[in-house]
Design a protein around this ligand. Structure first.
Ligand code: PLP
Ligand code: COI
Length: 356
């Protein structure tokens, strides 16, 4: 149990107008959570302070060798006026796995969840209420030793910032166009693909820029060895509905074990829809499209929620998935996931956590 000290801001910021388009990750609340780590002392000095710049030495290790991790989850304003977060224990567990891979000291699950709840509670008035909006929660850890040798840092900073946000994609909930990348790869087994760390995203930018130039909003990565099997999208896991069966790439060490992915699998299974977690090749998807068996493609992620894919490009081919609109299952999943998150729908799985 953390003994969190709170230092409230004396100059609260103006909150965004309830009708304004929030976009994603551009506005920040009044406070942030901060906690330090030092070898010997462990994680210590947990505090909530006014949102402000962080002062670091230019030699801080995070700037040079990228020893850092981040997470993403959301808080929602329920129709009952209460405030909820979604499956924070899963983010805490994924943080532990990422930390192990990056040799960052673990934060106990209960402490991670306590810190998230505490800072969201302080800034609960910032949780937006318009449909499709939420308070995006971004926990992250950076290596802070002032040292240029390549080694794990002995000091770290754990910070949680909050951002009232709307849809992740500019297009809102409209189906997105996805570019299957056949030149660059994001991660390979044994690398850091399963971890939520900035380096994976830095590695993805070159292909994203290329895809954006061609009018596609995201990149779908292929496996790094054979360049044959689907892995995941830049900020989402990927699902295909083929002949009544929902197929998603298995967790193979190079893709992120998405929390929305896990929730979607459990929801589909509870509805009696068969789900297969396995390798799925580009050829299988092309054949399913050609035979008419490909019913839907959608991405899943905290920021993106459920994002239908309307258009898929591979080499010189651009496929329109069904009529390019939102499939029935994508629609039902979006309504159910957001319904559970905001308290509109009964939470049979015990995923919603009230912070009041
Ligand atoms: N894959 C990548 C690369 C991501 O950045 C994300 C977003 O967090 C996901 C998948 C989806 O994970 P989650 O559903 O836990 O947000
Ligand atoms: C999230 O969905 O929480 C993510 O972290 C995706 C992101 C890189 C914006």
């Amino acid at each position: 149990m953390l003994n969190i000290k709170t230092f409230k801001t004396e100059s609260p910021k103006q909150k965004p107008d309830s009708n304004s388009r929030l976009g994603f990750g551009k506005i920040f609340t009044d406070h942030m959570f901060v906690m330090n780590y030092k070898d010997g002392a462990g994680w210590h000095d947990p505090r909530i302070v006014p949102f402000s710049n962080i002062s670091l030495s230019p030699a801080a290790m995070v700037f040079h060798y990228g020893q850092e991790m981040f997470e993403g989850l959301k808080a929602y304003r329920g129709d009952d006026g209460k405030h909820y977060i979604f499956r924070p224990d899963m983010n805490a567990k994924r943080t532990a796995d990422t930390n192990d891979r990056l040799v960052i000291p673990r934060i106990p699950t209960e402490d991670f969840v306590q810190a998230v709840k505490a800072v969201v509670k302080i800034d609960a008035d910032w949780i937006p209420s318009a449909p499709g909006t939420s308070l995006y929660i971004r926990p992250f850890i950076i290596a802070t030793d002032e040292f240029l040798g390549v080694a794990p840092s002995k000091t770290y900073l754990f910070v949680i910032i909050l951002s009232p946000s709307g849809a992740y994609y500019e297009s809102g909930l409209a189906p997105v166009g996805i570019w299957i990348e056949d030149e660059y790869v994001r991660a390979v087994k044994g690398g850091m693909g399963f971890a939520k760390t900035g380096g994976n995203y830095a590695a993805s930018l070159i292909a994203q820029v290329k895809a954006n130039k061609e009018g596609f909003s995201q990149v779908l990565w292929l496996d790094g060895v054979e360049r044959k099997y689907k892995e995941e999208v830049g900020a989402m896991n990927i699902f295909f509905k083929i002949d009544g069966v929902v197929v998603t790439p298995e967790l193979n060490g190079s893709i992120l074990p998405g929390i929305t992915r896990d929730s979607v699998i459990k929801l589909c299974e509870s509805w009696g829809i068969p789900v297969e977690e396995r390798k799925i090749s580009v050829d299988e998807v092309l054949e399913a499209q050609a035979s008419g068996a490909l019913e839907e493609i959608f991405g899943t992620g905290t920021a993106a929620v459920i994002s239908p894919v309307g258009k898929l490009r591979y080499k010189n081919d651009v496929m329109t998935i069904k009529d390019g609109g939102t499939g029935e299952l994508s629609h039902k999943l979006y309504d159910t996931v957001t319904g559970i998150q905001s308290g509109r729908i009964e939470d049979k799985f015990g995923w919603r956590v009230c912070i009041d």
